[in-house]
Design a protein around this ligand. Structure first.
Ligand code: 16G
Length: 243
C-alpha cells in the first residue's frame, strides 16, 4: 500500500485510487475474507493520504458490500458473493430458477402499466402504432440481494392487466394458458451505468450482462420482449453442447 506504488497524478481522485487499490487487494486474495483492515488513522499513515480520503474510500467499499464495519471490532473483508449458475438450455423463469435453489424472489417495482410502445417494442411484438403495450420493470432480488433489473414488454391481449403480476410473470401467463414455449436470447457484456448501478448496488461501470429474450407461444406468435441486466459478479451461464 505504499503510495509511490499506486498513487498517480492522472489516476483520478485520491480516494478513488485508494479504493481501487484496496479492491485489487480483496479480489486478488491479498486481503482475504474476514481479515481486518487497519484502523482509519493507521491506514492514512501507511498510504500517506488524509483521513478524509481514507474514510471516503472505505465508505464506498462498505456501500458496495466488499467490506463491513463490525461494531466495536473494526472493518473486515466480506466473504465474496456466491455466483449462481443458470442453464441456457431450458426456458425457465427467474422465480422458477430461484425456487429450484430453495431461494425466494422479491421484486421492487420500478414501472408497471400500459404504455404506448417504443419503436423497438412495436417491431419486436408486431404491434401497430395505435396498439398499446403492457410493460413491467423491476429490480429482482433473492435473499434480499439485488440480482437483476428486468424490463418486460408484452402485447396487451397477452397481458391485459400488468398489475396482476405480483411475483412471477410466467405464472400469470401460465394461468392464462399463454406460457411461452420457445425463446431466443442474446447476451452481451456491458458496463453498468450510474442509475442502474445504484439500483443493483454495484459501482458505476461494473461488469454486467445485458440479456434480451424474445419468447414465443406455441402458435409461433411473439409473447414477450424482455431486456434483463444481470450483475456480472453474480451469474454464470451454462449451456451443454453436443455434436
Ligand atoms: C427470466 C427471463 C425473462 C422473463 C422472466 C420471468 C432471463 C434472462 N430472462 O428472468 O425474460 O420475463 O424470467 O420471470 O432469463 P418471472 O416469471 O419470475 O416473473
Amino acid at each position: 500500500l505504499r503510495p509511490d506504488a499506486w498513487l498517480s497524478d492522472n489516476g483520478g481522485p485520491r480516494y478513488a485510487q485508494l479504493r481501487r487499490r484496496l479492491e485489487e487487494g480483496i479480489t486478488s486474495g491479498i486481503l482475504p475474507p474476514n481479515s481486518s483492515l487497519p484502523p482509519e488513522r493507521e491506514l492514512a499513515e501507511i498510504t500517506d493520504v488524509s483521513r478524509v480520503t481514507v474514510r471516503k474510500a472505505i465508505q464506498e467499499l462498505v456501500r458496495d458490500g466488499l467490506i463491513e464495519q463490525r461494531q466495536g471490532s473494526g472493518t473486515f473483508i466480506r466473504e465474496p458473493v456466491a455466483r449462481l449458475e443458470q442453464s441456457l438450455s431450458h426456458l425457465t423463469s427467474f422465480t422458477e430458477d430461484m425456487a429450484q435453489r430453495g431461494m425466494e424472489t422479491t421484486s421492487k417495482w420500478l414501472e408497471r402499466g400500459v404504455f404506448a410502445p417504443t419503436e423497438q417494442e412495436a417491431q419486436a411484438l408486431g404491434l401497430s402504432e395505435t396498439d398499446e403495450v403492457a410493460r413491467i420493470y423491476r429490480l429482482r432480488e433473492t435473499g434480499g440481494r439485488p440480482m437483476a433489473l428486468e424490463r418486460a414488454s408484452l402485447p396487451l391481449d397477452i397481458l391485459p392487466n400488468p398489475l396482476e403480476v405480483k411475483t412471477s410473470l410466467y405464472e400469470v401467463l401460465s394461468q392464462r394458458g399463454l406460457r411461452p414455449v420457445r425463446a431466443v436470447q442474446k447476451i452481451s457484456a456491458i458496463n453498468i451505468e450510474a442509475r442502474e448501478a445504484d439500483l443493483l448496488s454495484v459501482v458505476e461501470g461494473a461488469a454486467g450482462l445485458s440479456i434480451e429474450r424474445t419468447s414465443y407461444l406455441d402458435s409461433g406468435r411473439v409473447a414477450e420482449l424482455t431486456r434483463s441486466l444481470y450483475r456480472g459478479d453474480a451469474y454464470d451461464f451454462v449451456a451443454e453442447l453436443r455434436l
